[in-house]
Design a protein. Structure first.
Length: 214
């Protein structure tokens, strides 16, 4: 406990940093994932190609490489932002590809007759998707979306290597102060466990409330 009590502010700062990265990147991932899933099932060919390219590139690119591309590449084009914002962009865009595929798999579980019935009533593609298809698809994609956001929380540890304040990065400070490295990592692990269990509990509630009965 001495490692934690003597450095509670350091752990707290890292914990809050990881929590902020997780929340903001999750919101970005959910928004982009929804947009890309819409593109992938859109009747417009160019949108389907763009959505497919987005998912293919990001799912097959190492996250560390994506961090380098965002944090070191974007400033070369005149886009200079705080490292925390770049980290949110990297994490959010990367995870959006997996969210997109989870949503698309849910969309594919909705009978095609639902969409055809909506279109026969004169509803547009956007109305059909948002009012008819997605509400039904949402019920079946709660668990995989939750798993992807838990993975995002753990992936945020990479941000510490790019001068972003987060939980894993606290080990460097404490190691320099001479604290036992094993207990340093134990309390770091506890911090990540708190965040991931909170996400898991949230999606468990959503699944019990809206999920498909098995």
């Amino acid at each position: 406990m001495k490692v934690l009590t003597d450095n509670f502010s350091t752990y707290g700062e890292g914990f809050l940093g990881t929590l902020e990265l997780t929340v903001y990147a999750s919101l970005l991932a959910l928004a982009l994932g929804f947009v890309m899933a819409s593109f992938r099932v859109a009747p417009v060919g160019s949108l389907r190609v763009f959505g497919t390219a987005w998912v293919t590139v990001l799912r097959n690119t190492p996250l560390t490489l994506l961090f380098f591309a965002v944090l070191l590449g974007l400033p070369r084009f005149g886009l200079v932002l705080p490292f925390e914002v770049f980290a949110v962009l990297a994490l959010g865009c990367y995870t959006s590809a997996f969210i997109c595929e989870a949503l698309r798999s849910g969309i594919n579980t909705v009978p095609t007759g639902q969409g055809e019935a909506a279109r026969s009533l004169g509803m547009s593609f956007a109305q059909t998707l948002t009012l008819v298809v997605l509400p039904q698809a949402f019920r079946s994609v709660i668990p995989p979306v939750g798993s992807n956001l838990i993975a995002l929380a753990k992936n945020s540890a990479i941000a510490g290597a790019f001068s972003v304040t987060e939980l894993l990065g606290t080990y460097r400070t404490l190691s320099e102060l001479g604290y036992n490295i094993v207990w340093t990592f134990v309390w770091i692990a506890v911090g990540y466990l708190i965040i991931t269990l909170a996400i898991s509990a949230l999606f468990h509630v959503l699944e019990r409330t809206f999920g498909v009965a098995r």
